[in-house]
Design a protein around this ligand. Structure first.
Ligand code: SF4
Length: 516
């Protein structure tokens, strides 16, 4: 019985930016007696169905955007006599749909790290159960990924996870509902061990693929300090100290390493944390700005963000600490007006944002927005008999790009204006101007290439409605990605040792700032 792990994708680029971590985590959780799993990331190349034999297990991980491709692979694998097992966020939310459309023998919900061996044992015995609940495991139980199985010369950045879960509750995000609001942090040495394994292979750029790298804010500490019972304060302080421990260890890794993460804007008010990020060489962070107006932020339950000039100041604080921001903005909020697009592009430029993504409001399953939209979406329409409330089941070429009716603008107007903002932000002159945030010519070149690649991969293939433009963009992205990869990799360091934990702790024990 061979185990296949498949990451579905409609588009393949030959080279990918970030290593898809879940594939290598499940490979680590696969018991040795099944041999080395076959790992297929379709963002590189499509799955070769001939490699699947009767009796094999095919594990397919899906999120909403790649669910339809996953379902078609699942049905084809089942026709070949394999046991088909689905996991991932979308499977957790829609187990019945997965069984109906994807030919699934079994659906795993929650974290797969610990439950995967039982699933395989049941498949081996010819009796997989229809459902497995992996639950939400503690950080100490997260499986480290098997980076030794990575194919050579295919990815630009490694990825490790340091924390799952986010205490916030943004209306458009499913993370806090699927991964929970309690941050589940991994021990620093387990994270660093994986990073060392990646650097040994030549990866010097590593994404800390966390839901929120800053799970304890100064306001959280102040609120906990106001309570008579100090239990929560102590546990928050411990979580915060663990972040500093991790950053102190990152600091000891080879000096050519660069880290990137995802963080809330509140970190901008915490200079101690920003200083530690700078020392740890966390040089970039995705920050969910979402909207530049207070009304827009209220609409997405993100009142903890700033708007207007205060937003500019907060975003600049990251840059002052050497942390380059990838600002994420949402268009199509009910409060948006036609002039919101230009205002957003202007603000992104003034705030010194290095990269930006402009996404159209999409109600993602598992979110508060989706539940509301589904409740109110009577007679919203369908495509080929598929209701729009199940839009991920519509083939990508026929799938609408905007779903929620807007009070002022048509769907086409929102799409066209969003595309214009991408075009404006990623015009070559603008990219070159922004590239002065790095020093050497090689680094500026890498900045330009990754900016162009980002736009080709995410804007043109995600927003364009015409399939010829999508195909052209995918082709260009393939070429750009190959060139960009060389700029990101470094000479492998096969003998690199893990930093001493003790030395890091002794050097960096951070006091928690007075929080009252
Ligand atoms: S958008 Fe970010 S801050 Fe908001 S709930 Fe999701 S992960 Fe947390």
């Amino acid at each position: 019985m061979r185990v296949h792990l498949v990451n579905p994708s409609d588009l393949s680029f030959g080279t990918a930016v970030i290593t898809p971590r879940w594939l290598y985590v499940l490979a680590a959780a696969t018991p040795e007696r099944y041999g080395m799993p076959s790992i297929v990331d379709e963002t590189l190349e499509p799955l070769d169905l001939e490699s699947i034999a009767a009796g094999d297990v095919v594990g397919i991980g899906i999120h909403t955007a790649n669910a339809l491709r996953g379902y078609s692979l699942g049905r084809l694998a089942r026709e070949r006599g394999a046991h088909v097992v689905f996991g991932g966020i979308h499977s957790t939310l829609f187990p019945e749909e997965v069984a109906e459309h994807g030919g699934a023998h079994a659906v795993v919900s929650g974290d797969g790290d610990l439950v995967w061996p039982s699933v395989l044992a049941d498949c081996e015995a010819g009796a997989p159960k229809p459902r497995y609940d992996g639950g939400r495991i503690e950080g100490v139980s997260f499986s480290p990924a098997r980076w030794d199985l990575l194919p050579a010369e295919k990815y630009m950045w490694g990825s490790v996870q340091t924390v799952r879960g986010c205490p916030k509750h943004c209306s458009f995000c499913s993370v806090w509902r699927t991964d929970g609001q309690k941050p589940r942090q991994r021990e620093a040495h387990a994270v660093v061990r994986e990073i060392v394994a990646l650097r040994r292979k030549g990866f010097r750029f590593v994404l800390l693929a966390d839901d929120n790298f800053y799970p304890v804010t100064l306001s959280d500490l102040a609120a906990a300090d106001r309570r008579a019972d100090k239990t929560q304060l102590e546990s928050l302080k411990a979580l915060r100290q663990e972040r500093f421990d991790l950053m102190a260890q990152l600091e000891q890794l080879p000096s050519d390493m660069v880290f990137y993460t995802q963080i809330t804007m509140e970190a901008a008010e915490d200079p101690e944390f920003l200083d530690a990020m700078q020392r740890a060489r966390i040089r970039g962070a995705l920050v969910g700005v979402e909207s530049v107006t207070p009304e827009g932020l209220k609409a997405v339950f993100k009142n903890f963000n700033d708007a207007g000039e205060a937003l500019v100041t907060r975003l600049q604080a990251f840059r002052k600490h050497g942390v380059h921001v990838l600002g994420s903005f949402i268009f199509g909020l009910p409060t948006d007006k036609p002039d919101t697009f230009d205002a957003t592009a202007d603000l992104a430029s003034r705030a010194g944002v290095s990269f930006a993504q402009f996404v159209m409001l999409t109600p993602f399953p598992g979110t508060v927005d989706f539940a509301k939209w589904e409740r109110e979406a009577e007679n919203i329409g369908s495509v080929d008999g598929v209701p729009l409330t199940r839009y991920w089941l519509i083939p990508p070429s026929k799938r609408p790009k905007v779903y929620a009716p807007h009070p002022l603008m048509s769907a086409d107007e929102i799409r066209a204006r969003t595309q214009q903002v991408w075009d404006r932000f990623y015009a070559i002159r603008e990219i070159w101007r922004r590239s002065d945030c790095v020093k050497s010519l090689r680094a500026r070149l890498a900045f330009v290439l990754i900016s162009k690649l980002y736009r080709q991969m995410y804007a043109n293939t995600g927003i364009a409605t015409d399939s010829a433009r999508v195909a052209r963009s995918a082709k260009r992205a393939r070429i750009l990605a190959k060139g960009a990869r060389r700029l990101f990799m470094a000479k492998p360091m096969p003998d690199l040792q893990e930093p001493s934990i003790l030395a890091a702790r002794e050097r960096k024990t951070f006091p928690v700032r007075a929080v009252s």
